[in-house]
Design a protein around this ligand. Structure first.
Ligand code: ACO
Length: 337
């Protein structure tokens, strides 16, 4: 150790990040499988409540109206999280919004949320990792807080996936919903977030994508979500177990230390398979996919907020968050709530 390191080491207090409050918001329009099936039948697309429940565990989803954007949903979720944390928007020095359905090409949804919260000056940016977006965003905020670049961050997952669904493709349009979830993450002397991991494998770009873009004043390519469901299913099951084990090893903890597992809410079969592999009892799994569908980057903070507000997750509980999605991307966070 050099002289300089020796001199400064004692003055450096270890810094962590902890969740100070959670919030969420769903657009009011709830569509049951039967209601969606009836609407799809009108355009000649056949599906049923039975098929959707059996293959995915989804019973309903919420869809935003045509005037509501990701920043609208994210701002309401953020306000609930600020209230739960007992602070105001003026206390925030970083806003990260994880979204794949931003309001516009630019500026970022995070800047729009900042404006809607009535503050200015703090850093604000979007993060795009599809359904892994919230885990990525929380990991980035954790790093920034531990590095001392931020003290109190708003981390939001907000989506209006209904905008990119092809309602003539029954293999995808029944799976997704709209919503937003948020947390206030703040500096702390004790964890908080214990360990994080983020991964991507761009070789699988094509199995889950919205290949279109805008150019020359037109939509170029296909602006609707495309998914090879079985390929995504196989990859998801494998990476979710591996990343959970890896994060546990990093934290020096065992599967039996996990009080609550909150995986990305895409399909109940993937979630239950992960819980079984981690030897967790079924009641340790937080499930919202039945009522929300897959809300992409919003699914984990929505589920977290629900389990905090209904009293299941309490201060000190060990929680594993796991994201997986387009890219192909995946990641996990182990935290003491
Ligand atoms: N209603 C009725 N029948 C349907 C529907 C529907 N909504 N959709 C498909 N089918 C039919 C198919 O046409 C097919 O019929 P066929 O056998 O006559 O050809 C049959 O059902 C089986 O279709 P599969 O696609 O093989 O069904 P599978 O059991 O694989 O389930 C599903 C599909 C639910 C999409 C599943 O593969 C899955 O959940 N995959 C993972 C999705 C996921 O985890 N995504 C996460 C990331 S999301 C993100 O990052 C944005």
């Amino acid at each position: 150790m050099s002289l300089t390191e020796n001199a400064i080491a004692p003055s450096i207090a270890k810094r962590f990040a902890r969740i100070a409050g959670t919030g969420s918001h769903l657009p009011p329009r709830r569509l049951s499988n039967a209601e969606l099936a009836a609407q799809l039948a009108e355009r000649g697309v056949e599906t049923s409540d039975e098929w959707i429940v059996e293959r995915t565990g989804i019973r309903a989803r919420h869809f935003a109206d045509e005037h509501t954007t990701a920043s609208d949903l994210g701002t309401i979720a953020a306000r609930h999280a600020l209230e739960a944390a007992g602070c105001s928007a003026a206390d925030i020095d970083l806003i990260i919004v994880a979204t794949s359905t931003p309001d516009m090409v630019f500026p970022s949804t995070a800047c729009l949320v900042q404006r809607k919260l009535g503050v200015h000056g703090c850093a604000a940016f979007d993060l795009q990792a599809v359904c892994s977006g919230f885990v990525y965003a929380l990991s980035v905020a954790d790093s920034m807080i531990r590095a001392g670049t931020a003290r109190r961050a708003l981390v939001i997952g907000a989506e209006v996936f209904s905008r990119i669904l092809d309602f003539d493709d029954r293999g995808t349009c029944v799976l997704f919903g709209d919503g937003a979830g948020a947390v206030v993450l703040e500096a702390s002397d004790t964890p908080g977030i214990v360990a994080c991991e983020m991964h991507a494998d761009g070789r699988h770009v094509d199995i889950l994508c919205v290949p279109g873009t805008v150019a020359g004043g037109k939509v170029l390519g296909d602006p609707f979500l495309k998914m090879d469901g079985q390929a995504v299913f196989k990859l998801a099951v494998g990476v979710l177990e591996n990343v959970a084990q890896s994060v546990l090893a990093k934290a020096g903890r065992q599967c039996s230390d996990i009080d609550w597992l909150i995986p990305h809410q895409a399909n109940i079969r993937i979630m239950q398979s992960t819980a079984r592999k981690l030897k967790l009892a079924a009641d340790r799994l937080v499930v919202t996919v039945d009522e929300h569908g897959n809300t992409s980057a919003a699914s984990i903070p929505l589920a977290l907020d629900q389990a905090v507000r209904d009293g299941r997750i309490r201060r000190g509980d060990c929680v594993m968050l796991e994201g997986v999605g387009g890219g192909f991307t995946w990641g996990a966070i182990l935290l003491d709530y």
